[in-house]
Design a protein around this ligand. Sequence first.
Ligand code: RM4
Ligand code: MN
Ligand code: MN
Length: 424
Amino acid sequence: MRIDKKQIDQHNSDVQKTHQKRFDFAKSDIPNAEAIIQKLIDFNVAIPSWALGTGGTRFARFSGAGEPGNLEQKMEDIGLLHALNNSSGAISLHIPWDIPSDYAAIKQLATDLNLKFDAMNSNTFQDQKDQALSYKFGSLQNTNKAIRRQAIEHNIEVIKHGVKLGSKALTVWLSDGSCFPGQLNFRKAFQNTLESLHEIYAALPSDWKVFVEYKAFEPNFYSMTVGDWGQSLLYANKLGPKAFTLVDLGHHLPNANIEQIVALLMMEEKLAGFHFNDSKYGDDDLTVGSIKPYQLFLIFNELVEGMDARGLNHATDLGWMIDASHNVKDPLEDLLQSVEAIMLSYAQALLVDRTQLNKAQENNDVVAAQEILQNTFRTDLRALVAEARLRAGGALDPIAFYRYNKIRAGLIKERGTNTIATGL
Ligand code: RM4
Ligand code: MN
Ligand code: MN
């Protein structure tokens, strides 16, 4: 299913008057409104292929209807999102869930939908049908060399798929670890993992990067072999200049100061980028900004500060992706909400008065510093984000458009009610 540009224009003209009023009001108070709008137009967040179907828990999965049944349909779903918000112009593939059967056709489809191929993801946290050896006790860390070999080969395969599609990065997330004290020799597990990662690193093309994603717990509950940013950074530093640490917002212990982690990783030039989501308790994979919007803003505040300090291109130098999975919502509506939350926090971070903030910090004026951040966070920039979408050809109100034009009903008509997307 493709969205007709005329429908978007119709929607925009229907809500234009209200929008204009809000936009004029917001703009009157914002000195750098035009610069912010341009940055928003340039900014894109990749969508993971596994977020397009309804997610499950370990108890149940209540599949939605009209889910994409293959890679082409997943790309079409992202094409819909991108047509509506102009900020979802990339897909991140998970192998083996998304192995293309016809690379040329998939690349053509990506061009038609104006999508790029973001980082490729390997999967050694599940056993696949016909797989020779099991990952029950880990993959790259495994005490059994043959199992490590199999996992290394899989990652190299993933790189090869990515090369054919024009991707430039491999994300390695390992579920490796242990569930009980004594199960694992921590040092040996680390060293096996490092040795395995070295082999994967050696297979990277010269213009590729590898992102080492960490996670505090789950599915292992006593130790994780890449359990936090310190461990990930150890691997990244030992591996070399093409290796970076990837931050997934849901992969921290409660109350972790993620914005500080981000600032220091940028200082070390080792931040790969993000998997955005939100959480109340753990790796909940909830809609971005749905639980802790202030934290999201504080993270973007550090990102903008750190990227500008290093002269990075906000849109292209770090990897931006959503990593969420939802049990009770229409995944496309949920993704529209997540992208909106990201754009809003980014816009607000661009609005922070850095000169005044620096001054307050230098003078130890705690109250002034806090005021600057909180006033910015409480500034309503939704109309600016909408204006950026409008100028880029998207819809002023993507969710209203999606509902009014009954997009899900159209997808169900095309695909049926019983399709189930591959993924978790
Ligand atoms: C993990 C992690 C990875 C993702 C899988 C599906 O918790 O966040 O990034 O590939 O889930
Ligand atoms: Mn992730
Ligand atoms: Mn996760």
